[in-house]
Design a protein around this ligand. Sequence first.
Ligand code: CTP
Length: 398
Amino acid sequence: MNGKNILLAVSGGIAVYKAVALTSKLTQAGANVKVMMTRHAQEFVPPLSFQVLSRNDVYTDTFDEKDSGVVAHINLADWADLVLVAPATANMIGKMANGIADDMVTTTLLATEAPVWVAPAMNVHMMNHPAVVRNITQLYKDGVRFIEPDEGYLACGYVGRGRLEEPEKIVAHIRRFFSEDNKSLLGKNVLVTAGPTREKIDPVRYLTNRSTGKMGFQVAEQAYLKGAHVTLVTTVKDRPIPDAVETVYVDSAEEMYQAVTTRAEKQDAFVMTAAVADYTPLHVADQKIKKQPGDTALEMTRTKDILAEIGARKKARQVVIGFAAETENVAENAKRKLETKQADYIVANDVSKDGAGFGTDTNIVTFYGADGSVEDFPLLEKREVAEKITAKIVEKLG
Ligand code: CTP
């Protein structure tokens, strides 16, 4: 979104406060933001809030020409790479659908040739009213894109559909829109596993490993930006991801196995970056285990191999990519995993090398393909590795 000009049109509903956060998130994402407000929007939040966060003048009146050298609404309409109407009230949607231009916002909306996105926010009954449904249908036909409202508690006391989508999610939609290659995985379902599993010993202890989930989160983001519907199955709760990615939080290897296998059928591709425990305590103590004199041992049992299970079930249309975290004999181990897990690719990395493996922002990987191909890559940002992995998916899915 860096350097993109986004014109935010704010109409008058209680969700205007969220448009303030949205302005901040858009500018943080690198966009140039200009805001225009209807008269009623200003009843909720003064223009000054938007002016400070966007670091630009706020436009409220068609006849308040700030620069005599240009006609404000035409200039703004031409400046925009994208116009975002958020929140869009039923009244605003009605005016847009009927080409009414009776204030700064609606006049500019008629004058722009930029793509227009609308994020509605209103009471659930208003949302379902035939007139509103009719207007939304008309706008769809006119090429306007919608960011569907969320379900939840509405300011009017009702619970239902009509709440303005969260600012983070709106930003994610727009980022994807501006991403250069946002169609190569359009309509495809990609499942990614990420992070270390946690195997419970007792209520206060567990076994885990040094994985942080960075690689998997990057893969999820890249697949999302390429247009895929992404399901991220992860143990990592404190790392931001595009909110439009469907996230399933799990803890143990068994939970991850269940989460993946129950969602496997509809997937087109799997990328298994998670560091899954190979063993789990045979018994989980109900109470904290108290120390005893002398040494002790923990009896462990094997977990299920999620990647191997997915590889065994793999349909011809599905692509399966696994990782191999190694500290020695990288090529040999990766090729063995490629075979035993029946993957299309194994992305191998020597986690003992500087700049590779757990917790770093970079990785040094080699792709081993079931077709016998071997591709070595230099030190790359994990984002770049994720880019290469998703490019492989695009290539395999044709
Ligand atoms: N994997 C998995 N389920 C497991 C173990 C591993 O899905 N129970 C996946 C990982 O997500 C990774 C690949 O299998 O994509 C290889 O994981 P790795 O830990 O490198 O290898 P292991 O299968 O555990 O084999 P080894 O212990 O011999 O290294």
